[in-house]
Design a protein around this ligand. Structure first.
Ligand SMILES: [Zn+2]
Length: 172
């Protein structure tokens, strides 16, 4: 089931999310709803606070080529355990900040540990777009948005545009 995506600014997008204790059917359902919501948007990553749930859950699929099979990933309690020295700059966007894009520099590769959909502990190195995406989504679990990496002027400008967008949506 698709869930509505919260738009910045929203206090729930600024909260530090709580770890999940064990992988229940409810959590699996949340993850499946998040994947459906992400694909529908469409986007390549989504974090639980973006659908108003303050749990440490993210989903991703960074396969961009339509000829490649999809690679949906569900990560419970994802944790960055190591980062590369090298960095990468990508133009990032966010489903909670529609139509706004900005360059953000982050480590080009990260080792991440998490609990998967079956409740198993996993660890993997992510690089390229996957590395940027997993860092962007884990930031969401700590109440951090990609615009927090920008200067205050640019961040305020984007926030004002989002406030206007929300007013227009509320009237529609
Ligand atoms: Zn985002």
């Amino acid at each position: 089931m698709k869930r509505p995506i919260l738009i910045h600014p929203d206090p729930r997008l600024k909260k530090v999310c709580a770890p999940v204790s064990d992988v229940s059917d409810d959590l699996r359902m949340l993850a499946d709803d998040m994947l459906e919501t992400m694909y529908d948007a469409p986007g390549i990553g989504l974090a639980a606070p973006q659908v108003g749930v303050l749990d440490r859950v993210i989903v991703m699929d960074c396969v961009k080529d339509d000829n490649e099979p999809p690679q949906p990933m569900v990560l419970f309690n994802p944790e960055i355990v190591a980062v590369s020295d090298g960095v990468n700059t990508y133009e990032e966007g966010c489903l909670s900040i529609p139509e706004e894009y900005a360059e953000v520099t982050r480590p080009e590769a990260v080792d991440v540990r998490w609990i998967d959909r079956d409740g198993k502990e996993r660890q993997q190195t992510f690089d390229g777009l996957w590395a940027t995406c997993v860092q962007h989504e884990i930031d969401h679990l700590n109440g951090k948005l990609f615009i927090d990496y920008l200067g205050p002027m640019k961040r305020q400008m984007i926030t004002r545009r989002m406030q206007k967008l929300k007013r227009e949506k509320a009237r529609a």
